[in-house]
Design a protein around this ligand. Structure first.
Ligand SMILES: [Zn+2]
Length: 130
């Protein structure tokens, strides 16, 4: 699924790029063949209105409209299960591959004041019911 979005991103980059010549036209044609008609249809509808049909997801936020993704949408993208449209702007969402990146973003780097908490009393070790 991600492959389709990657192709669509390439297509969009060319469609909205400044270089428009026979070479890009050929590339565009080749890329369009790899994208399902249904997806292309939606992409084209947005494109004719001068809008980009695809938005890249960064930090679980759509870069098209800066709306946060729901966890469900994010996980679907993450696992490449299905194509997802942004709830905010209706663009296709593309989650770039981030090798070796854990699902949860790393903790922010701002200095954290360490407040020493008293150790909570350990609850009586799990009662062995059996
Ligand atoms: Zn959006």
């Amino acid at each position: 699924m991600n492959e389709i979005m990657r192709t669509l991103l390439e297509l969009q980059t060319l469609d909205f790029g400044e270089t428009q010549n026979s070479k890009t036209a050929a590339l565009i044609a080749a890329l369009r063949e790899k994208v399902p008609a249904q997806v292309l249809g939606h992409y084209d509808r947005l494109r004719v209105r001068g809008k980009k049909g695809l938005a890249v997801v960064r930090n679980k936020v759509c870069t098209g409209c800066h709306m946060g993704l729901t966890l469900g949408t994010f996980m679907t993208l993450r696992h490449g299960l299905d194509l997802q449209l942004c709830d905010g702007c209706g663009r296709y969402l593309y989650l770039p591959e981030e090798p070796n990146t854990p699902v949860e973003p790393p903790a922010p780097l701002k200095p954290v004041k360490i407040t020493r908490k008293r150790k909570p009393k350990t609850p009586a070790a799990e009662t062995s019911g059996a």
